[in-house]
Design a protein around this ligand. Structure first.
Ligand SMILES: Cc1cc2nc3c(=O)[nH]c(=O)nc-3n(C[C@H](O)[C@H](O)[C@H](O)COP(=O)(O)OP(=O)(O)OC[C@H]3O[C@@H](n4cnc5c(N)ncnc54)[C@H](O)[C@@H]3O)c2cc1C
Length: 561
């Protein structure tokens, strides 16, 4: 077959060349071995010559014998006009080039795509970055939101704490108390009894709240003087008022002893209520408003505000210490607190209890009647303390005023001449008995001072008259805004047989409480400095007495309330 084809293939171009239709020189370079090239010659021939029919017949023959190749069939079809001719080499090359180009284009496209992708990627990266930035911004914003949320939560919590979760009585917010009793004891004075209002929002149960108030009063009444503020809501002003000693229930101790139950006002000793003795002052903003309150009304209290730690100041050295209290009118309330706290402190050691003498000055006779609950209370304290607490009631109407002689008598002041007289050797306290054997040995036991303060009493906060002048009566450290603990430990030093020992040099107390004029008359005025009312130097009647009786300066502290 190939021979015939070849013959046909070469004969036809020659004939065509003879007829001048093709240039055979062109075909010399065509390798004969290549079937495709030979076929290309045929194509050239048949394209331009009617002899294609011959070619078609040959093709038909070969097709019948071997079956047409696909390309040949295409050619035949093309010859028959049914199909397009197979692509020439050039076309193929073009096609190839095109494909290459396409591929290149593709690559370029790819490149483009990759570029696009890259740019897209970059864009997406940028987007991502921007998103990340946004996220970062978000994350940056999140803490801000968190801060806001925390801040809002804190404010809410503080509000909740302040309004609902605060202690039933605290120094920051006013707490509602209900008036459960009101007792008129004289034309101008009355006692109100209040108990905390129980709200369903309270974190403490009703009973727990009452117990809390009970414990607070018990704790405070053992230290010294304290007061709470009562608010006048219409004018938004508040004044200090002194709670009366509360009813003390019976308490059992580990050593088997038991404190007696004390009930000043109620048959039932345990009554978690607070009582105030209030005098209505003409034109007074708060006292007048309080006098118009009825049982069932609500008043608002803030505190407690502790002032003098009388137990720490008077001490319990030998039982020979004295407290003289000059009280004018409602000034009896801190006098009762003082007597009660000293009595509480020494209930188990009555021998060491200082003598407490109260001189109560009143304007009207009515205030000193035995039916007056305050007189009853004083009487009860007197009896329970076995005379260690005593009281005298003076009435202006009767012309019985407190005089300088009363102070001298109660304080048992001695003039220097009397003081020079030989006296019995002083009784020894447990501090002295501890140093009875070897003073040096016991000195070490009692922690001798690392720096010798010697006789310098000015460093002793509780017992120094010099430090007391500028004191605002703040004997307690603030804990959570409340004054609860003694502010300073006493660092008084006392020389025993030439050795400095850490022994508090206790002082007698001469306390003056009442209206401003009363205090000014007996102890001289207080003064204001740095927003606080200071004790000021001792003046008035006591100041005059101190000139005559030096022991009033050396052995006594004058406290103004
Ligand atoms: C620690 C402490 C504890 C206290 N404890 C008690 C207590 O237990 N019981 C008690 O009753 N009191 C107590 N007081 C006193 C109490 O705080 C009040 O001072 C008292 O009740 C008078 O207050 P008020 O608002 O009624 O009178 P305020 O309005 O303060 O008036 C006081 C006086 O000044 C006069 N006055 C007021 N404004 C004027 C003016 N513009 N011009 C001239 N005169 C004026 C009034 O007529 C009145 O006589 C205590 C005080 C302190 C500091």
């Amino acid at each position: 077959m190939s021979g015939r084809l070849l013959a046909a293939g070469f004969r036809l171009p020659r004939q065509a060349a003879a007829e001048g239709r093709i240039d055979l020189a062109k075909f010399t370079s065509v390798p004969r071995s290549s079937h495709s090239q030979r076929y290309a010659l045929q194509r050239i021939y048949t394209q331009n010559h009617p002899a294609r029919l011959f070619h078609a017949s040959i093709s038909r023959q070969s097709r019948s014998r071997f079956g047409p190749s696909k390309s040949r069939e295409q050619d035949l079809k093309a010859a028959d006009g049914q199909e397009e001719l197979r692509p020439s080499r050039k076309e193929k090359r073009r096609e190839r080039e095109r494909r290459v180009q396409e591929r290149l284009n593709l690559t370029e496209d790819g490149k483009e795509r990759s570029q696009k992708e890259r740019s897209q990627k970059e864009r997406s990266q940028k987007q991502d970055q921007s998103q990340n930035g946004a996220k970062q911004e978000k994350t940056r914003r999140v803490p801000f939101k968190v801060v806001l949320a925390v801040g809002a939560g804190f404010v809410l919590w503080q509000t909740w704490k302040g309004v609902f979760a605060a202690e039933p009585l605290n120094g920051q917010t006013f707490s509602p108390f209900e008036i459960v009793d009101q007792q008129q004891i004289s034309p101008t004075a009355f006692i109100i009894t209040v108990k905390p209002v129980i709200s369903r929002w309270d974190p403490l149960s009703g009973q727990a709240k009452l117990e809390w108030i009970d414990n607070l009063q018990r704790e405070l009444s053992r230290a010294g003087t304290w007061a709470v503020e009562i608010k006048q809501p219409e004018l938004q002003v508040a004044r200090d008022y002194t709670p009366l000693p509360y009813d003390e229930p019976s308490t059992a101790h580990e050593d088997g002893t038991q404190d007696r139950a004390r009930s000043f006002f109620f048959s039932q000793p345990t009554s978690p209520t607070m009582k105030f003795l209030i005098r209505k002052t003409d034109g007074g903003e708060v006292s007048s408003w309080l006098s118009r309150r009825k049982v069932g009304d609500t008043i608002e209290l803030r505190g407690p505000h502790q002032s003098f730690n009388v137990v720490a100041r008077v001490g319990a050295e030998d039982g020979d210490k004295r407290v003289v209290f000059l009280a004018g009118g409602t000034g009896i309330a801190p006098a009762l607190q003082t007597a009660n706290s000293i009595f509480q402190e020494h209930q188990q050691t009555m021998k060491q209890m200082p003598q407490v003498d109260i001189i109560w000055a009143n304007r009207s006779r009515e205030d000193c009647r035995p039916e007056n609950p305050i007189i009853k209370l004083l009487e009860q304290l007197k009896q329970e303390s076995q005379g260690k607490i005593s009281y005298v009631c003076t009435v202006d109407e009767d012309g019985t005023f407190i005089t300088a002689n009363d102070i001298i008598a109660k304080a048992q002041l001695e003039s220097p001449k009397q003081a020079q007289k030989p006296t019995a050797s002083p009784r020894k306290s447990w501090w002295f008995s501890a140093s009875a054997g070897s003073t040096q040995a016991n000195a070490a036991q009692l922690e001798p001072p690392t720096q010798s303060t010697g006789k310098d009493e000015t460093n002793c906060y509780f017992h120094s008259p010099q430090l007391l002048v500028a004191s605002a009566g703040e004997d307690y450290e603030k804990i959570n805004g409340e004054k609860r603990n003694p502010k300073w430990k006493c660092t008084c030093w006392k020389k025993v047989d030439g050795v400095d020992l850490r022994i508090p040099k206790f002082k007698n107390l001469l306390m003056v409480s009442g209206p401003e004029g009363f205090i000014n008359h007996f102890a001289g005025p207080k003064y204001w400095a740095d927003g606080k009312e200071r004790q000021g130097p001792v003046g008035g009647v006591i100041g005059q007495l101190a000139k005559k009786y030096p022991s009033l300066t050396s052995d006594w502290l004058v406290l103004k309330l």
